[in-house]
Design a binder for this molecule. Structure first.
Ligand SMILES: C[S@@+](CC[C@H](N)C(=O)[O-])C[C@H]1O[C@@H](n2cnc3c(N)ncnc32)[C@H](O)[C@@H]1O
Length: 288
C-alpha cells in the first residue's frame, strides 16, 4: 500500500470517532471481558516487573485496564498514567478509577505522547498498539517516555483463527453483510498478528531484548446470546449501519446467527468457552 492510498490523519480521526462511539458498549461488556483478560494483565505486569513505587504508563487504556490493576500493584509510592485516543474512553476510565489516588487518565495519542521524557519505569499496552497507523512512530514515542533500560510490556492478538472471541462473530458479519476484507497493512485488531512486525519496529526504535510469548486467554460467556451481545457492543458503528442497510431496521436475525456460530464451543451447561491466544511482547528501552 502506498502513502497516497492510506490517509493517516483521516484514519486517526476515524479511530477516535469509532472508539468514542463504542465506549459505552465496551463498558457494558467490560466485566465479562476482564474475567478472561485478567490473565494477560497479570502477564504484562510480570513481564514489566511492575513493583511498588514504580511509575507506569498504560497506553490505549480504554476504560482503564491494565492501568487500574497496575495502580494497585505500585501502591501509594507509585503512580500510573492511562492514556487513550478516545475522550469518551478516558471519561469512563476516570469514572472507573474514581478514588484511586495514584492513577490519572489523559487523552493522548501513542504516536505523539505529550509526556515527560524518561518519565516511566514501565509502559503497558493491552491490545492497543496494533491500532496505531505508524507503529514506528508509536515505538519511538514509547522509547522517549521510558527511562533508559525501562520495559515495554504489550499484548497483541495472533491470527484471527486463534482468537475466536473476536473473529467468530466478525466472520458472520463479513459473510452476511458482504464486507470487504481488511486491506493489507491497515491497522486493526490483527495488524500485529505476525510478531515480526512489532519486533522490526521495536528494533528500529532502539529497543533491545525483544521477546514474544503466547498466552491463552480463557474467555467464557454464560450463553450464546451473551456472546452475541458482546459482539454487537464492540461492532463498529459503520458495520451496524451497513447491517440496517442490508437487513432493514430489525437486525435481530444477524445477532441470532452470531449466537448460533458459538455451537462448536458450547458446553453442556449452555455456557460458551472461547479460549483465544494473545501474543505478549517484552522489550527493553534504549539505555541512553
Ligand atoms: C481494544 S481497546 C483496548 C483497551 C484496553 N487496553 C483493554 O485491553 O481493555 C484499544 C484502545 O486503544 C485506543 N487507541 C487506538 N488508537 C490509539 C492511539 N493512536 N493512541 C492511543 N490510544 C489508542 C482505543 O481508543 C481503545 O480504547
Amino acid at each position: 500500500m502506498t502513502a497516497t492510498e492510506f490517509d493517516h490523519t483521516r484514519f486517526k480521526e476515524d479511530q477516535r470517532l469509532h472508539w468514542d462511539a463504542i465506549s459505552a458498549g465496551w463498558s457494558s461488556v467490560a466485566d465479562a471481558f476482564e474475567r478472561g483478560a485478567g490473565v494477560v494483565t497479570a502477564r504484562l505486569l510480570e513481564l514489566g516487573g511492575v513493583a511498588a513505587g514504580d511509575s507506569v504508563l498504560d497506553v490505549g487504556t480504554g476504560v482503564g485496564e491494565p492501568a487500574l490493576t497496575a495502580a494497585a500493584a505500585v501502591g501509594p509510592a507509585g503512580r500510573v498514567v492511562g492514556v487513550d485516543l478516545s475522550p469518551a474512553m478516558v471519561e469512563l476510565a476516570r469514572r472507573n478509577g474514581a478514588g484511586v489516588a495514584n492513577a490519572e487518565f489523559l487523552v493522548g495519542d501513542v504516536e505523539s505522547l505529550d509526556l515527560p521524557r524518561s518519565g516511566f519505569d514501565v509502559v503497558l499496552a493491552r491490545w492497543s498498539l496494533m491500532f496505531a497507523p505508524e507503529p514506528a512512530a508509536a515505538f519511538r514515542s514509547l522509547a522517549r517516555v521510558l527511562k533508559p533500560g525501562g520495559v515495554l510490556a504489550a499484548s497483541t492478538w495472533g491470527p484471527p483463527e486463534t482468537a475466536p472471541m473476536l473473529s467468530l462473530g466478525f466472520r458472520v458479519l463479513v459473510t452476511r453483510l458482504d464486507l470487504p476484507a481488511p486491506a493489507p497493512g491497515v491497522p486493526g485488531p490483527f495488524g500485529m498478528a505476525d510478531p515480526e512486525v512489532p519486533a522490526r519496529h521495536l528494533a528500529a526504535a532502539g529497543f533491545t531484548d525483544v521477546s514474544v510469548t503466547e498466552v491463552e486467554v480463557p474467555f467464557e460467556l454464560p450463553s450464546p446470546e451473551a456472546y452475541a451481545r458482546f459482539t454487537e457492543a464492540i461492532t463498529p458503528v459503520a458495520i451496524r449501519r451497513r447491517a440496517r442497510e442490508v437487513l432493514g431496521a430489525d437486525t435481530s436475525a444477524l445477532w441470532a446467527e452470531v449466537a448460533a456460530s458459538t455451537a462448536p464451543h458450547r458446553r453442556p451447561d449452555g455456557s460458551v468457552a472461547l479460549p483465544s491466544k494473545a501474543l505478549c511482547l517484552r522489550a527493553t528501552a534504549p539505555s541512553a
